[in-house]
Design a protein around this ligand. Structure first.
Ligand code: UT7
Length: 329
């Protein structure tokens, strides 16, 4: 392929408020030991006060990505935001960012694919770049699930944190860099495993049909766990096959940071040694759509992800959805 979507820069945003496992011990009946053993999570960042929200994180991550790319926001023709915790049911958070950065030449929309939001958004934006519809795009993955969590439910509130990341992608000709391959998968029969019932058109807020339905995240943890173990490996093997590569050709593996045990299981199935697996779940928990771009950002800042390296990302989440991307950085 002569025209590719190449990542020019990456930005990130996390709230300053830290919530440790010890802090959560004061909210629900849990322990630091249980959380660390079952998930690997030690602390997470959560939005605080009325201003901090998904769009607020998305804007900061985008501004950093734009500054690091050294481009004018007027050059951006597309803003895609992978999120399931947008500022409003509608309009889209992508439009809030488009306005915030002054991207007056851009179309903007959100992609709803939960924790696979960044995988999905990047895949879609790259296809638009490769096909020549746009030349420069801003792709964001962001969520603030701390706002959707039931803080009395110990089986979910320990897991989630808030964060966002953003990349600038741009068309380049005759390069070996860019998005090399992608797989996107879904299984709506598992929708009930992780969802919020109320607030959409089926169970509108305050409607008789919403009575007794769930207004916050509810999750069947072990079902999601079993699905994730299978889905992560499957998606990676499929994308590797698609691009004609084997896992030993992957320089860095950046999986969705949901649970250390799930990541370790996927890495084992793919024969990836620990030094090729990027982890920050211990510091941030599961930040949903923000997880993969935040991990890519930290990997780059720590010098573990450099230009020319081949990175495989994989995510899974509510839908159910899952998918993987192989990127030459
Ligand atoms: O991005 C997608 C989002 N979701 C996920 O990635 C979640 C995937 N699932 C998981 O990561 C795991 O299923 C969890 C970490 C959520 C739970 O771990 P588990 O090993 O599957 O535990 P479990 O749900 O089978 O619960 C085991 C026990 C239960 O007690 P009993 O019934 O055996 O007495 C729970 O009540 O652990 C109890 N438990 C807790 N205990 C202390 C559940 N949550 C907690 C808690 N602290 N926070």
């Amino acid at each position: 392929m002569s025209r590719r979507a190449v990542i020019q820069s990456i930005g990130h945003a996390v709230p300053t408020k830290v919530l440790t496992n010890k802090d959560i011990e004061k909210i629900v009946d849990t322990s630091d030991e249980w959380i660390v053993q079952r998930t690997g999570i030690r602390e997470r960042r959560v939005c605080d006060g009325p201003v901090e929200c998904t769009g607020w994180l998305a804007l900061q991550a985008s501004q950093e990505a734009i500054a690091r790319a050294g481009i004018d926001p007027m050059e951006i023709e597309l803003v895609l935001c992978g999120t399931v915790s947008g500022d409003y049911i509608w309009p889209s958070t992508a439009c809030m960012v488009q306005d915030g950065i002054g991207a007056k030449n851009a179309g903007a929309f959100d992609v709803s694919a939960a924790c696979a939001g960044f995988i999905y958004a990047l895949s879609n934006a790259a296809a638009m770049v490769e096909s020549g519809q746009v030349n420069t795009a801003l792709v964001i993955g962001v969520d603030s699930l701390s706002k959707q969590v039931n803080w009395e439910d110990r089986s979910t509130c320990i897991l989630f944190g808030d964060a966002g990341g953003a990349v600038i992608i741009r068309a380049e000709e005759n390069t070996d860099r860019g998005l090399l391959g992608t797989v996107l998968l879904s299984d709506g029969s598992g929708a009930r495993f992780i969802c919020i019932d109320v607030g959409g058109s089926r169970y509108p807020f305050g409607s008789p049909q919403a009575v007794g339905k769930r207004e916050k995240i509810t999750m069947m943890g072990s079902e999601v766990y079993r699905f994730a173990i299978q889905a992560m490996g499957d998606a990676c093997l499929k994308v590797l096959d698609k691009v004609g590569m084997t896992s030993d050709q992957i320089d860095l593996f950046v999986p969705h940071q949901a649970n250390l045990r799930i990541i370790e299981s996927a890495a084992k199935r793919l024969n990836l040694p620990p030094e090729k697996v990027f982890l920050n779940v211990q510091k941030y928990g599961n930040t949903s759509g923000g997880s993969i771009p935040l991990a890519l950002y930290e990997a780059e800042i720590e010098g573990k992800l450099k230009k020319g390296m081949t990175v495989m990302t994989v995510g899974f989440g509510a839908g159910l959805v899952w998918g993987a991307n192989i990127i030459r950085w």
